[in-house]
Design a protein around this ligand. Structure first.
Ligand code: ME8
Length: 527
């Protein structure tokens, strides 16, 4: 049983969670559920990033202590994830004693190895990014991310010899085409490593300027730079290097982030791993931004969508489906309620919901609500089954390669083909003609394909998936109890054979999974 360890970012506690954070965490949850279904011992983690200038400034602005702010906002993030059916195995707070111990041990290790030195540095500091920029990196004199003025700061600090590992990292990225994916971000990472020598990384802040951080183990006048501290949360969740958990899961680690934090994950982090003599992660999965009216949704701009309100308004699973279906992983996507409603009505109400409602009501009407026994397949059934196989294999392949939108599109090819098959096979005509055997074949083929669709949708729509399976008369105890051992590894076989659905089982007569949203009456929370 291969382990699977996925990390979502640990989010800053300077403001409440918004749709962008919810997206990454929901994707992490869906990827973990999928890995479990595919047979892996899977978990994902997240947490909150609580040190640094940005947090101190946010507390000052809120007129509260930094401790009060971090406790409150960290609590809000932690409480949101279960509401969105995302279940991180661990939630790391960077202010926790466990995390501080991991950071200090790591710093001491690479200090002892000679990869940290003391020096003087002057640079343009952006408080939003918590990092220095060189003059060349600024855009018209301001921070290229936040478009806000920077502050020139010159001071003595500790530096990590990042440049020492530049060539090895470049080679690793070149030798492993899917180390950073999709490809456009691999190219961006390579561009950072090509040409000029990397600056060494300034990893400390003097306490005279900032005291809200983790003390360096070798100099108590300094605290650790927040990014150096934050990345190590991925180790804290595994109880630190050397632990049993770490040895088991770290070699299978994957990260999930948006493009704003590509550089720390593609450059800082792998060089830190090399300095500590630890293996690289497997994949860095990078997605684009959710935009609101073509502008990045961001707490500093204030154009954010509340994930919980939207989920409550349209249904959590429909919301999760929309997020995974609408955004091509890697590219930006625009969030609008109109787009959500359009997707809901087309894909969920018309295609999927309608399929369930038609087939279940016909089973009720023509077969007393019981799964009928199938007769021999005709060309029509062979064609549908061939298509089902292709669609499910495609779904599994694309989903595993973080192409969620394409995976769902492939699954919907099957949903739509089944609706057409209903029209073509016309069960009502078979019932009228008294052809029970063919009627059984048609309804069985449909119900069995619908069961497979419902199972494949579990990572995306966990509640609706169970509802669909229950309507099909399947025993869902293992899903209701989220029994990982029983769920693990059930998906690969589903794209191969047919006939797992028991005949004679009672199915629901009425389905009503996704009632159509009337556009005129939909008054949204996020207009
Ligand atoms: O960067 N669209 O935390 P953060 C899509 N603490 N995703 C978005 C988004 C948007 N408009 N806005 C935010 C940090 N995100 C660091 C991370 S990890 C060791 C430290 C998501 O609170 C996306 O995952 O600014 C992005 O990378 C992350 O939130 C940034 O969260």
């Amino acid at each position: 049983m291969t382990p699977y360890y996925l990390t979502a970012p640990i989010y800053y506690v300077n403001a409440k969670p918004h749709l962008g954070h919810a997206y990454t965490t929901i994707v992490a949850d869906a990827m973990t559920r999928f890995a479990l279904l595919m047979g892996r011992d899977a978990m994902f983690i997240t947490g909150t990033d609580e040190h640094g200038d940005k947090i101190v400034k946010a507390a000052e602005k809120a007129g509260t202590s930094v401790e009060e702010l971090t406790d409150r906002v960290s609590g809000e993030f932690r409480a949101l994830w279960p509401e969105l059916r995302a279940r991180p195995a661990r939630f790391v707070r960077t202010t926790s004693p466990e995390h501080k111990a991991v950071v200090r041990a790591f710093l001491q290790k690479i200090y002892d190895a000679g990869d940290i030195y003391f020096g003087e540095y002057g640079g343009y500091y952006c408080y939003g990014c918590e990092r220095f920029y060189t003059e060349k990196e600024l855009e018209k004199g301001v921070c290229p991310q936040h478009l806000t003025p920077t502050e020139y700061i010159s001071e003595k600090n500790y530096f990590f010899r990042m440049s020492k590992y530049q060539e090895r990292l470049k080679k690793h990225i070149l030798d492993n085409p899917d180390f950073i994916r999709p490809a456009r971000y691999r190219a961006e990472a390579l561009a950072l490593l090509e040409g000029e020598v990397l600056d060494d990384l300034c990893i400390s802040r003097p306490k005279t300027r900032l005291s809200w951080g983790i003390d360096l183990p070798f100099d108590s006048e300094y605290v650790c730079y927040v990014w150096f501290d934050a990345l190590l949360a991925y180790f804290t969740a595994l109880e630190g290097p050397g632990s049993e958990l770490f040895n088991r899961f770290w070699p299978q680690a994957e990260h999930l982030v948006a493009k704003d934090i590509l550089k720390p994950h593609a450059v800082f982090w792998p060089t830190m791993l090399m300095a500590a003599g630890l293996p690289f992660y497997r994949h860095l999965n990078v997605h684009g931004y959710w935009l609101s009216r073509s502008t990045k949704m961001s707490k500093s701009i204030g154009n954010v969508v509340s994930p919980l309100e939207t989920a409550l308004q349209y249904g959590l699973d429909a919301f999760r489906y929309f997020l995974l279906r609408e955004m091509q992983f890697g590219s930006d996507a625009d969030f609008s309620e109109e787009a959500l409603i359009a997707r809901f009505n087309a894909d969920l109400a018309n295609d999927l919901g309608n399929l369930f409602s038609r087939v279940l009501s016909m089973t009720e009407k023509f077969c007393s609500g019981q799964v009928p026994a199938p007769g021999p397949d005709r060309d029509m059934e062979r064609e549908v089954k061939g298509l089902a196989q292709d669609s499910l294999v495609n779904f599994q392949n694309f989903f595993g390669r973080v192409q969620f939108s394409l995976a769902l599109e492939k699954l919907w090819e099957l949903v739509r083909a089944l609706n057409k098959y209903v029209d073509k096979a016309a069960p009502w005509a078979l019932a009228r003609a008294g052809d029970k055997e063919t009627l059984g074949t048609v309804l069985y083929t449909l119900l069995e394909c619908m069961r497979k669709i419902a199972l494949h949708l579990w990572p995306v729509m966990p509640d609706k998936s169970v509802q669909m399976l229950t309507q099909l008369g399947c025993d869902c105890t293992v899903f209701a109890h989220e029994d990982a051992a029983a769920i693990r590894g059930i998906l690969p076989a589903e794209s191969e054979g047919f006939g797992t659905l028991d005949t004679g089982r009672k199915v629901a007569g009425v389905s009503n999974l996704f009632p159509r949203i009337d556009v005129k009456s939909a008054v949204g929370p996020c207009a």
